[in-house]
Design a protein around this ligand. Structure first.
Ligand code: MTE
Ligand code: LUZ
Ligand code: MOS
Length: 751
């Protein structure tokens, strides 16, 4: 297996930003941030901090040479707060010192004079006050209003899901070097090198070609470094620029948890109408998204909630409204699933409630309403190569739903203080940035005269295996040993104007660009070889196992020989290529179009066991049939699926962010914020790759894998709830995630 950096990871040789050897004169930056959730700044006292030995400079908003604006999507985010602060943890000043301990000590000596203003933390309250980042968004199809009266069953209710801390192992980090031409070279742990370049140039008031951003790899991103690595990189660059010295900034864990945003909490209202047979006729949903203090990616995330509001089901009449609510919490941001999970939790809650009213299992309604070929999504795209039913049927056959149900029932008969529950979770997720222009990527491939190959793309390796996949693509096209290939760092000077590595499309976009570059180079080499050997039929020439064949027979020319001869004959051995997803478009005035290149499908079954005395539970098993297309790399794809499922279960069950009444995060360390560990991951996980599936829109017929499986984790919520229902059938239900042990315990007793 050539998953390039497994070995260097386990032997500790993989480098991260914080490992970069300290250059001479390296300074360290630390952030002084707002202690108040909403206030006017009437004064700032930096005199004590300034005079602390070792402190080189305290940087304030007025020191910014360019524009004090870090907002990438909307210009509503000062890099350093000047007159107002909008959340606890908002950067106000930057302390640069000889050493990080001194920088942090100095930060503690800064005091603000504040006039406190009313703060709002609840998105519904924000919406009521008209505190919205953009006007409400509406996706609709059919006519719900005229259909309710035709429904046999109509249920309504609310569903709430909490935020989620990314908890990438590597916190936000950057190192900046001033360069000769009054420019900056930045090493940043970012998913979006071009965004870092653009914003840094704006902050410094210089042009983009003077900022070079280089990314080797990330210790995890999960969406948390799609936008939010940018301000920390820009601050580091600002310090380096003003002091003309290299500067490093690495957040401590509790700083990162307090200052950076998370998955958006949502509070939603739903109404679902069904006919007597369980066919869903109409669905109305209103999402109140807690965006936090600034826009960041909230509007795109809200859009994805609207796109995925019907999950894997066909519903003819839909009205979905989204409020992007501005509150005084740290700005929330992209997190694996990007608004999709929040929306799917609501439709699954609605189905669960309807099942209760109808006296059927939720799976009865789920199965009956699964998407079929050519069904139209509320946003106008048709389900093509739709595998929703195939995945469900295959899972039913392989995992024997009836048997699981029977075992659960038998177990529950036999046990009084322990109950089991189970749930099914179908998922449908669209692949492409829903902001159409972002679906572009580039690749730069060099073949060196010794036959070794270097590839640069826009893709950032963050543990998801994109480098290994891109290496495989090139190795396959040239038919060479993957060890010949090095995937180089992601660098804005080598590949320009890039989109972040996000939306699960890293391999799709950058893999395609790599494919085009390699195919072009190969064609060039074939033409050269044909000319040299006086071959007229180009199709007779084939690259096979490090050699060149003619009509299937070895020519005696190896890859290395071909390359060295091509070099001596002045053949260009470099190629740049560009890829943009064809055929996608979206009109965001009417909210119709074809935003996605394709959809990913799958079905999971999840079983949980509840301790009815303590309220604790365990997810015993997760079994999935997933449509990977033709998997490029089964080891990576299985790892992505398992990791995403566990992350999804964590979000739905144990990860709880607690703020005090002033908006201060109390759960800012791993002692208080619980994520799944070795003891809480499902005891049994089975991932089945759906057979015989094609995806012409993917590289070599593969499908994106990064985000979709996270949403299988939603099934854990309903599996636990199913067990709670067995323990306490009379208790009214509410849909509020995370379903922590505490919440389960309270729901088991009539307190
Ligand atoms: N896997 C690991 N190990 N680390 C990560 O940070 N990020 C996820 C997913 N898998 C992530 C990960 C997210 S949010 C996305 S969008 C995709 O990887 C991005 O990479 P891809 O587009 O190459 O799949
Ligand atoms: N980022 C983005 C994303 O800018 N647009 C998207 O549609 C998206 N989807 C998933 C994850 N990140
Ligand atoms: Mo992933 S949320 O698109 O970085």
């Amino acid at each position: 297996m050539n998953n390039s950096d497994y070995e260097s990871h386990v032997t500790g040789r993989s480098l991260y930003v914080d490992d970069i050897t300290a250059p001479n004169g390296l300074l360290y930056a630390s952030v002084f941030s707002s202690p108040s959730a909403h206030a006017r700044i009437s004064g700032i006292d930096i005199s004590l901090a300034e005079n602390l030995p070792g402190v080189k400079k305290i940087i304030l908003a007025d020191d910014i040479p360019g524009e004090n604006q870090a907002g990438n999507v909307l210009p509503d985010e000062p890099l350093l707060a000047k007159d107002y602060v909008h959340y606890i943890g908002e950067p106000v000043a930057l302390i640069v010192a000889d050493d990080p301990v001194i920088a942090r000590s100095a930060a503690k000596m800064i005091t603000l004079e504040l006039e406190e203003l009313p703060a709002v933390f609840n998105p519904r309250e924000a919406a009521f006050l008209g505190s919205l980042i953009i006007p409400p968004r509406l996706f609709s199809v059919g006519d719900c209003e005229s259909v309710w009266s035709k429904c046999t069953f109509v249920v309504d209710g609310t569903a709430e899901s909490g935020g989620q801390e990314h908890l990438y192992l590597e916190t936000q980090s950057a190192v900046a070097w001033p360069s000769e031409s009054r420019g900056i070279k930045l090493y940043s742990a970012t998913q979006a090198p071009t965004a870092v370049q653009r914003i840094t140039a704006r902050i410094l008031g210089i042009s983009m070609n003077l900022v070079e951003v280089d990314v080797l790899r990330l210790g995890g991103g999960f969406g948390g470094k799609e936008e939010q690595a940018t301000p920390y990189a820009a601050m580091t660059a600002l310090a380096a620029y003003l002091l003309n010295k290299p500067v490093k900034m690495v957040l401590k864990r509790n700083e990162d948890m307090r200052m950076t945003g998370k998955r958006h909490p949502y509070s939603s209202d739903f109404k679902l109408g069904l006919d007597s047979q369980g066919k869903i006729l109409a669905y109305e949903v209103t999402f109140y998204q807690n965006a936090g203090a600034t826009a960041d990616l909230s509007t795109a995330i809200l859009d994805r909630s609207l796109f995925h509001c019907t999950n894997s089901y066909y519903i003819p009449n839909v009205k979905a409204i989204g409020y992007c609510c501005k509150t005084n919490l740290p700005t929330n941001t992209a997190f694996r699933g990007f608004g999709g999970p929040q929306a799917m939790f609501v439709i699954e809650s609605a189905i669960h409630k309807a099942a209760k009213v109808m006296g059927v299992e939720p799976s009865f309604i789920q199965e009956k309403n699964l998407l079929r070929e050519n069904d139209e999504f509320p946003y106008g795209q048709k389900a093509e190569n739709c595998n929703a039913e195939r995945c469900w049927k295959k899972a039913e056959y392989l995992f024997n739903f009836q048997e699981i149900k029977k075992n659960v029932e038998e177990y529950n008969q036999k046990n009084k203080f322990s109950k089991k529950g189970y749930a099914l979770m179908p998922v449908c997720f669209g692949i492409s940035f829903t902001t159409t222009f972002m679906n572009q990527a580039g690749a730069l491939v060099h073949i060196y005269s010794d036959g070794s190959i270097s590839i640069s793309t826009a893709a950032v390796e963050m543990g998801q295996g994109v480098n290994a996949k891109i290496k495989q693509i090139a190795a396959d096209i040239f038919s060479v040993n993957p060890n010949r290939i090095k995937i180089d760092t992601t660098n804005t000077s080598r590949v320009a104007n890039t989109s972040p590595t996000a939306a699960s499309s890293g391999t799709d976009l950058n893999g395609k660009a790599t494919e085009i570059a390699c195919v072009n180079l190969k064609y060039r080499l074939i033409k050269f070889f044909a000319a040299q050997n006086k071959i007229t039929d180009l199709s007779s020439i084939e690259f096979s196992k490090e050699s060149i064949n003619i009509y299937g027979a070895p020519s005696g020319i190896t890859w290395e020989k071909l390359i060295s001869t091509a070099f001596l004959n002045r053949i260009d051995l470099s190629a740049h290529a560009f890829y943009s997803t064809p055929g996608i478009h979206f009109d965001n005035k009417i909210n119709k179009g074809k935003p996605f290149a394709y959809h990913v499908y799958g079905t999971a079954v999840i079983e949980a066991t509840l301790d009815c005395i303590r309220g604790t539970y365990k997810t015993n098993l997760v079994k999935v049939v997933h449509d990977f297309g033709k998997s490029l790399n089964r080891v990576i794809d299985r790892g992505q699926t398992e990791g995403a499922i566990v992350q999804g279960i964590g979000w739905m069950t144990m990860e709880e962010l607690v703020y005090n009444e002033k908006g201060k995060l109390l759960t800012d360390l791993l002692s208080t914020y619980k994520i799944p560990d070795l003891y809480s991951v499902p005891e049994e996980m089975e991932i089945h790759f759906l057979e015989d599936t094609e995806n012409p829109m993917g590289v070599f017929n593969s499908k994106a894998i990064g985000e979709p499986p996270l949403m299988y984790g939603i099934g854990a919520y309903f599996a636990i709830m199913n067990a709670v229902e067995s323990a306490h059938p009379a208790k009214p239900l509410c849909y509020k995630a995370p379903l922590t042990y505490e919440r389960v315990l309270l729901s088991l007793y009539d307190l």
